[in-house]
Design a protein around this ligand. Structure first.
Ligand code: UDX
Length: 474
């Protein structure tokens, strides 16, 4: 009997930080000749303007979409508690049902039946549905592995009363009970949602349920590389029958896919059109002089915090390129004049954009520092480009990522839970000047390991081949 052809259905959590790495993996699989259907929500599908272009490069890559169940005009801002609740509830009801219908159809009635589902680690309903319909399912964890290991330990931490953490608790106290992280993990490095004032937050139970469900899959795929996270990986690996570390995916794309195609992918795998005028501005700046500032696709700050960043950047005396997403700053929709004391410094040294071609920016020789929220993609992109970081994490895995950046990998400084102009100025100067030599020594080592692992003979390169072979076993 003829062996059925592999056909993989991808289901990302509907936010850019998840879509982008999953789409990179989908492209790598298509490049190896596999068929992929990439499923977005209708809302995101409308934003992905480059689909035509992607299909031209990857004839076996197809896109489909389903409803996220929210009205078209919903803001879908997951940093706002009410929006997040709507989002989570809606995905687990409306989207879940639609996904079931779609998978039932695609796995039986389509010309090329789906043989494997690759679902985001926080879209666990896909695991149960795939199992019910007899389709293989693998999980892709879009956050960092060090966060995954700490999330696995959360129920035990709650049982022991170590979390939730209240305002009166010492936030610098070490967290006991996460094996391998005893001397590093403080209460403030756990996700913000495990602080007491946020206990009604739907994310509190959400992560538990998602993590518990993950273990029911046959394989776990991680956007990391072995040399970066050996200790966390050694704890996670025994929980799964197979584990594939294939990151940093952006670097693996460059290494595995023809240069002309992979070069255009970093901007294609995005939801919004980037403003390339900043590249011309960067061309006019001195070598390693610029601080690039971006808080990712879901970051949210108050107007007051924004002013502190602005003062800190101007006072540091360094040129800065800042991604200011107006919808993510409280009150920024009302046009506000630039405060007088910031006008000159901003005009002289600053360049503001709505959305930057981040990977190109980080790779530019004028960029010397990265002020980041430490989303996992940004953290890896900073490592691949070898740009040291000043960290201002806010939610999810960002708190632990920034701790690892500063204390484990020693490639940046962590300013979590503070947001005042003098700290910002001081940390920028430290990363750009006073502590640069030390930090760059560690960064060069970690960056080299990242590049080695995606080249032939490297662990991520090899693991992608193993994953492809595994998927082919229909
Ligand atoms: C979300 C979570 O917030 C994060 O904690 C988790 O690790 C991944 O999912 P997000 O906040 O969007 O991600 O941050 P990040 O993971 O850094 O992803 C943002 C992506 O947007 C990056 O790949 C970055 O290159 C891209 N980006 C950002 C741009 O292309 N242009 C910009 O101007 C800013």
């Amino acid at each position: 009997m003829e062996q059925p052809q592999p056909h993989i259905l991808f289901l990302p959590f509907p936010k850019l930080g998840h879509i982008k790495p999953l789409l990179s993996l989908a492209e790598l699989l298509c490049y190896a000749g596999l068929h992929v259907t990439f499923l977005n929500t209708d809302h995101n599908h409308r934003c992905l303007t480059h689909l035509q272009h992607l299909s031209a490069h990857f004839p076996t890559l197809h896109f489909d979409s389903i409803s996220d169940g929210l009205p078209t005009d919903h803001t879908r801002n997951i940093q706002v508690l009410r929006d997040l609740t709507d989002f989570v509830v809606s995905l687990k009801s409306v989207t879940k049902l639609r996904f079931r219908d779609l998978l039932a159809h695609l796995s039986t009635k389509s010309e090329l039946p789906v043989t494997c589902v690759i679902a985001d680690g926080i879209m666990s309903f896909a695991i149960d549905i795939a199992k019910e319909l007899g389709v293989r399912v693998m999980t892709f964890w879009a956050f960092s592995p060090c966060s995954l290991w700490s999330f696995f330990c959360l129920p035990k931490l709650i049982e022991e009363g170590q979390i939730p953490v209240g305002a009166d608790n010492d936030m610098d106290q070490m967290v006991r009970g996460v094996p391998g992280m005893g001397s590093l993990l403080r209460r403030r490095d756990l996700p913000t949602h495990y602080r007491i004032q946020l206990m009604d937050d739907p994310v509190f139970p959400f992560f538990f349920e998602e993590i518990k469900a993950m273990i029911r899959t046959s394989a776990l795929i991680l956007n990391t590389y072995d040399d970066l996270e050996d200790p966390a990986l050694s704890h996670i690996a025994p929980l799964f029958s197979r584990i594939y570390t294939i990151g940093p995916l952006t670097a693996l794309l460059t290494s595995r896919i023809e240069h002309d195609i992979s070069r255009s992918l970093s901007s294609s795998n995005n939801l919004w059109e980037a403003d390339h005028s900043c590249m011309t501005w960067l061309d006019s700046q001195l070598l390693r002089s610029v601080v690039y500032v971006s808080f990712g696709s879901t970051g949210f700050m108050t107007r007051g915090q924004m002013m502190e960043f602005w003062h800190g950047l101007v006072n540091s005396g360094k040129p800065f390129l800042w991604v200011v997403r107006r919808d993510d700053i409280e009150g920024a929709e009302e046009e506000q004049p630039i405060p007088e004391e910031l006008q000159e410094g901003t005009k002289e040294r600053g360049f503001l954009v709505d959305w930057a071609p981040q990977e190109e920016v980080l790779a530019h020789q004028a960029v010397g520092g990265f002020l980041t929220h430490n989303g996992w993609n940004s953290t890896l992109e900073g490592i691949v480009a070898g740009v040291p970081m000043v960290c201002w994490p806010t939610v999810a895995d960002q708190n632990i990522n920034s701790r690892w950046v500063s204390e484990v990998w020693r490639i940046g400084l962590d300013m979590k839970d503070t947001c005042d102009r003098s700290t910002i100025e001081m940390m920028i100067r430290a990363v750009m000047e006073e502590r640069r030599e030390d930090i760059m020594r560690s960064m060069d080592r970690i960056m080299k390991l990242a590049h080695d692992c995606v080249n032939q003979g490297g662990s991520s390169y090899h693991n992608l081949d193993k994953l492809i072979e595994d998927i082919k076993q229909v």
